[in-house]
Design a protein around this ligand. Sequence first.
Ligand SMILES: Cc1cc2nc3c(=O)[nH]c(=O)nc-3n(C[C@H](O)[C@H](O)[C@H](O)COP(=O)(O)OP(=O)(O)OC[C@H]3O[C@@H](n4cnc5c(N)ncnc54)[C@H](O)[C@@H]3O)c2cc1C
Length: 462
Amino acid sequence: MAVYDYDLFVIGGGSGGVRAARMAAALGKRVGIAEEYRYGGTCVIRGCVPKKLYVYASQFPEHFADAAGYGWTVPQASFDWQTLVANKDREISRLEAIYRKNVQGVGGETFQSRAMLVDPHVVHLLGNDRTVTADQILIATGGRPAPHPALPGHEHCIFSNEALDLKELPKAIMIEGGGYIAVEFANIFHGLGVDTTLVYRGKEILSRFDMDLRRMLHETMEKKGIKILCHAVSEWVRKRPDGRLDAVVTGDKILTVDQVMLAIGRLPNTENMGLEGVGIEMTKTGAINVDQYSRTNIDNIWAIGDVTNRVQLTPVAIHEAMCFVETAFKGNPTAPDHDTIATAVFSQPEIGTVGLSEDEAIKRFSDVEIYRATFRPMRHTLSGRDEKMLIKLVVDGTSKRVLGVHILGPDAGEMAQLLGIPLKAGLTKDDFDRTMAVHPTAAEELVTMYKPTYRVKDGERV
Ligand SMILES: Cc1cc2nc3c(=O)[nH]c(=O)nc-3n(C[C@H](O)[C@H](O)[C@H](O)COP(=O)(O)OP(=O)(O)OC[C@H]3O[C@@H](n4cnc5c(N)ncnc54)[C@H](O)[C@@H]3O)c2cc1C
């Protein structure tokens, strides 16, 4: 039997790669992992974590304004972007060190290097000019923002990576895209006082979410002062003599801004890694094709996380890593379960959602009950803020199983996490009805909507 340097070599030290390396090393396997940039990957360094810290930062002006109704006089507040960036940097450096230590602490070997495949058992570490061999190889190289080379002036644009580390907070920004990253950054910049325009080619932002949430978030964002242009794309971006940018969007509308941020999708990191040479099958967009156990077409090479373009979320990459370790090292073939994933959009107000949207449910079920409540959350009674909350249940009228829950409002992300459990367990509307409310909360609406707002039978609203 061939003797390799490692039982497992992982390429990519992000959410999925680090978890797989740590779990396998903890089993006593000889594990090596290479990261070309910073341990922690997209989520820790330039995704979920810094973004959420910026969401918190951007919410303070509303808290200050809302405090007046509760009797507080808040002196004129001021904001320092450089302090926020520096504090964020300190926190992600702390997390980065923990990620690296977690692998080393269980005996894994970490490399600071870009890695390439040379053959199915050989990895070249470019940074160390070293070649290592491994029995099993896991590719967890994640993704990056999709560029827009066809856009004249694209070289003046930034992506989410740069937006987190701008030297100066812009006075005005145009963000192109309608996905959760575009929407979250639009809310962050607006909250920090930046004149913000969101430009999206589709008919409504957040295309994969329930239509009620999408419309109501759109309206609320506009009411706050965020400009949203749907059915529009940028046509060119030009640098002005004063250093600002003119962005021309559909209809010859010129937006003069300090930054243009493109958030038009993400591409898997599979280029220049020797994958073609080894014969790994990929999709047209460059994502690695895997079977239900995350195995590529080459027997000892596996891929997890964003690079496989299944569901691009941190907990999914981590779950796929754990399933991979079960399958490859514990003799317990385990396919990742991608069904009914609870998720949040950290917009303002927040979205929390799990399960089927109304439109998806109608396509799959002949009798769908919709329970829907819109109301002003209690905290906005004294604050006077004119902002509504939406809670919506989508229920199979025949079995009474709750198929989807969609929430727009404060703490919706936290609620979605808890709702993931009853939906995953397949609980019914009767189970929700039997549950005592917690009063006074916004979430009590989830268990106190006894009569459907409307039904959809065979596609017809009745
Ligand atoms: C702005 C933003 C906000 C997000 N917010 C959320 C959120 O709120 N919630 C959520 O669940 N998800 C969020 N995500 C998505 C989440 O970050 C990803 O789904 C997750 O990080 C995927 O993990 P991964 O292990 O597949 O890849 P990554 O975390 O991207 O890790 C891949 C690593 O591989 C390294 N690498 C690439 N090529 C090589 C190579 N050849 N050699 C060595 N190293 C290499 C990269 O440097 C990177 O560190 C967000 C993403 C972005 C961009």
